[in-house]
Design a protein. Structure first.
Length: 290
């Protein structure tokens, strides 16, 4: 009896046939907007490692390698110091760990804003080194030309409007956006501009709910909310926030577990067992067979 193998085009690795699940595509995600009011919302979570991707992948439509890894993985104070090297290393790991979800990689601060040409150089490196399906970048009207430039050259772009964390210094903090009439109009114009420029979907972060509903109803691509509205076409959260890794989280996070407590408890019991020589026992040491 011989086993047949499939070469996974995303990972170039041989996997036993049949593959567990079919890979979703960017056009399939974009089409979800038009499949009617009964369509289920799109499910997106962040992933930064191969094993995390493996565990989340079967439950998601999209996995985002977010620049939030700066804070979550590297202990940085904001996303501003995240580099292309970091995004490529974690992006490749997530693609290796996933078979089903569309993998999207955040473009880090400083790697795309100067010109469409700079954005293409950075995005093409991300696509080549990771095997991801798309990139995400922050900004509205100011990024429309860049989104269209990348799209025309074969790089699908997810936009990110509303609270854009890479602009934290200009915004003056991480507070909700769209409270004034002026800000409401600006964010609505940003959403329309990125949709018109050909973004296949957009993240809408940290905005007043009324604005989130209006944006979702005003653009013809999926709007993925975070601190936005249940009316959005999908939702995203940072996985570590959702798992309860942190004591303090933004208002928009729902905690589905409390893994910080599990890790603390396990480390405490490991330390006690080492100090009392209760670990290792005969189960964990190598002895000659009898
Ligand atoms: N772990 C994590 N989760 C995120 O959602 C996230 C990141 N990191 N890093 C990148 C950005 C930064 N984001 C943030 C960061 C802080 C708040 C926050 O503290 N929100 C407060 C209100 C703050 C204010 O009013 O000034 C809240 O209670 O919602 C929100 C979004 C969202 N993104
Ligand atoms: C919070 C999501 C949308 C993000 O951009 C990130 O994780 O970096
Ligand atoms: Mg981000």
């Amino acid at each position: 009896m011989s086993t047949t193998f499939t070469i996974d085009t995303a990972t170039s690795r041989a996997t036993p046939t049949p593959a567990p699940m079919k890979r979703l595509t960017v056009p399939a995600i974009q089409r979800r907007k038009f499949e009617g009011k009964t369509t289920e919302p799109l499910v997106m979570l962040t992933a930064y490692t191969a094993r995390q991707a493996q565990l989340l992948d079967p439950h998601c439509d999209m996995l985002l390698v977010g620049d939030s890894l700066g804070q979550v993985i590297y202990g940085l104070p904001s996303t501003l110091a995240v580099t292309l090297d970091m995004m490529c290393a974690h992006g490749a790991a997530v693609v290796r760990g996933s078979y089903h979800s569309v993998v999207i990689i955040d473009m880090p601060f400083g790697s795309y804003e100067a010109s469409p040409q700079q954005a293409f150089a950075s995005a093409s490196r991300i696509m080549a080194e990771t095997g991801a399906a798309a990139v995400k970048l922050e900004g509205g009207q100011a990024m429309a030309e860049t989104i269209s430039f990348l799209g025309q050259r074969g790089i699908p772009v997810m936009a990110h409007v509303g609270l854009t964390p890479q602009a934290v210094n200009a915004l003056g903090g991480y507070g909700a956006r769209g409270k004034s009439q002026q800000e409401h109009a600006k964010i609505m114009a940003d959403a329309r501009a990125v949709a018109d420029a050909g973004a296949f979907a957009m993240v809408l972060e940290g905005v007043m709910e009324e604005l989130a509903v209006a944006v979702t109803d005003s653009v013809d691509v999926p709007v993925i909310g975070i601190g936005a509205s249940a009316h959005c076409d999908g939702q995203v959260l940072v996985t570590e926030d959702m798992l309860g890794m942190f004591e303090r989280v933004p208002r928009f996070v729902k905690r589905f577990d409390t893994i910080a407590q599990s890790i603390d408890s396990a480390a405490q019991r490991y330390a006690a067992d080492v100090r009392s020589r209760a670990f290792p026992t005969e189960e964990q040491v190598y002895r000659p067979k009898k």
